[in-house]
Design a protein around this ligand. Structure first.
Ligand code: NAP
Length: 471
């Protein structure tokens, strides 16, 4: 059995406490982790704060590039590890490793970029013969807390920009998928990352996550996860930077003039990829009433292509959700919707942690399945009268992460861009489309409008110092 340990400043912890990691598909034990203690949390914070030998830009770029090359040679090993601890199928986990390689590549490039600006000062009657310059300085210590749904990429999206910015970080990954995170940390140490620049801690929330959130020496909390935990962090963090990337309830709007084949493909990909466990998965399909019957018929047919089963089988396109409890929740919200008048046209039959791609029609707008975030491969179809109705419905939940609209009309697309209250609007694409260095993040309950993506995250992991000189 795989036994891994948490790390404090590059050194594995010794502990008698272990965390067992189970395969969600068959319940077998994938591995165990020697967990950290409250004392380790303090040691990690002190090690980060006491580290002043920040690598140069060139060295940071070289470390990130070496990590990318090492990951490239171990792509399949990482994909299989993610599959075994998350239940995501190999098609998805191979894709995820590809995304993490992009994150490392972009972070390596960005760490070389000159980030300074300069301002002439003889530009106003109050001015002088001086010049103002800016430079970005690393933070002393940042803490990152990540969710289970992309065990590698969520971690890469925090750690790589922090390294690129020169900021020491303490990572608290999800207890559901810790093995991938630990293997990734080890890979970074092997690539030359100085130990004090990264600690990785797992253990009870009161010993690890809460002290990290509350410690005044931690200058930034970068959190990705659920709304409840995010809001709790916001209320406990005190005087520090807080980045919150929270849940979503993203709509895909399909207008009367849509290319139906494209709309059906986007609906299926958006709803079912990553077992529907993406913050930007399509969680509501808002279809114009005039095309709803044909759209639904084609989506039911398309859904048959998404074979649900053993995540380690090459033919599988939808593995499990994260655990049986998560699948039971999906079952419950589907049954609630059916009791309120909805109809299940495909899927819906849970087996353990497997929940197959499920098409549900006649979904009332106020049922839990579409009002709250359903983290699984559900495709609920809601009927809309026109674009105005679609926008009002799309904006009608507490969330504001991303969105997609399928239309041939430029006018409709532009109106959607203007009026949808969310962080991203993708035209003729799924809400989840992005590249790893573009700005990404939501508003309302989905986040505070502070973006991530490699470039924006590097800004979070640093502060701007201004200096001026006679000129
Ligand atoms: P979660 O339950 O909020 O957990 C996320 C992380 O927070 C885990 O590491 C968890 O540790 C930790 N945590 C739990 N209680 C905490 C506390 N009191 N203080 C500090 N940290 C605490 O989320 P999840 O179920 O893993 O992930 C799914 C959610 O993430 C969904 O809502 C999804 O939409 C969201 N998400 C958002 C984005 C985005 O970019 N907006 C991206 C991906 C996912 P344990 O593992 O020990 O519980």
């Amino acid at each position: 059995m795989l036994t891994l340990a948490c790390y404090v400043a590059g050194k594995p912890v010794t502990s008698s406490q272990t965390l067992a990691v189970k395969n969600p598909y068959d319940g077998s034990t994938v591995g165990e982790v020697l967990v950290a203690s409250r004392g380790d949390t303090e040691l990690a914070i002190n090690a980060a704060r006491g580290f002043h030998a920040t690598p140069t830009r060139y060295q940071r770029s070289a470390i990130l590039d070496a990590a990318r090359q090492k990951l490239e040679t171990r792509r399949e090993e990482f994909a299989r590890l993610i599959t075994s601890e998350s239940g995501l199928c190999l098609r998805e986990t191979r894709y995820e490793v590809g995304r993490a390689l992009d994150v490392l590549r972009f972070a390596s490039i960005e760490s070389l970029r000159d980030d300074g600006q300069s301002f002439a000062c003889d530009v106003s009657p109050q001015g002088k013969a001086r010049r103002i310059f800016t430079t970005r300085e690393p933070l002393g210590c940042a803490a990152c807390i990540t969710p289970f749904n992309h065990p590698l990429n969520q971690v890469a999206h925090k750690i790589a920009p922090a390294i690129a910015a020169g900021t020491p970080v303490i990572l608290k990954p999800s207890e559901k998928t810790p093995l991938t995170a630990i293997r990734f940390a080890e890979l970074l140490y092997e690539a030359g990352l100085p130990g004090p620049m990264l600690s990785l801690l797992l253990g009870p929330v009161k010993d690890i996550a809460e002290p990290l959130v509350e410690d005044p020496h931690v200058e930034l909390i970068s959190f990705t996860g659920s709304v409840n935990v995010g809001k709790r962090i916001a209320s406990h963090a005190g005087y520090k930077k807080v980045v919150l990337e929270l849940g979503g309830n993203d709509p895909l709007i399909v207008l009367e003039d849509a290319d139906l084949d494209l709309a059906v493909t986007l609906a299926a990909e958006g709803s079912y990829r990553n077992s529907g466990q993406r913050c930007t998965a399509v969680k509501r399909i808002l279809v114009h009433e005039k095309i709803e019957v044909e759209f639904t018929r084609r989506l039911v047919e398309k859904t048959r292509e998404y074979v649900c089963g053993n995540p380690a089988d090459e033919a599988t396109r939808v593995g499990t959700v994260i655990d049986e409890q998560a699948a039971i929740y999906l079952d419950t919200v589907v049954k609630e919707a059916v009791a309120a008048g909805a109809r299940v046209l495909a899927g819906g039959d849970r087996r353990g942690a497997l929940f197959p791609p499920t098409v549900i029609t006649n979904v009332p707008r106020d049922c839990r399945m579409v009002d709250c975030e359903s983290f699984g491969p559900l495709a609920p179809i809601l009927t809309i009268r026109d674009l105005g109705d679609a926008i009002e419905t799309a904006n009608g939940t507490a969330f504001g992460l991303s969105s997609g609209i399928v239309t041939r009309s430029l006018e409709s697309a532009l109106r959607a861009v203007r009026e949808l209250k969310c962080g991203t609007v993708n035209v003729n694409e799924v809400p989840g489309f992005r590249v790893e260095n573009s700005p990404f993040g939501g508003i309302k309950d989905s986040g505070l409008g502070i973006k991530e993506g490699v470039i924006e995250a590097m800004k979070c992991f640093s502060y701007v110092k201004t200096f001026s000189l006679p000129w």
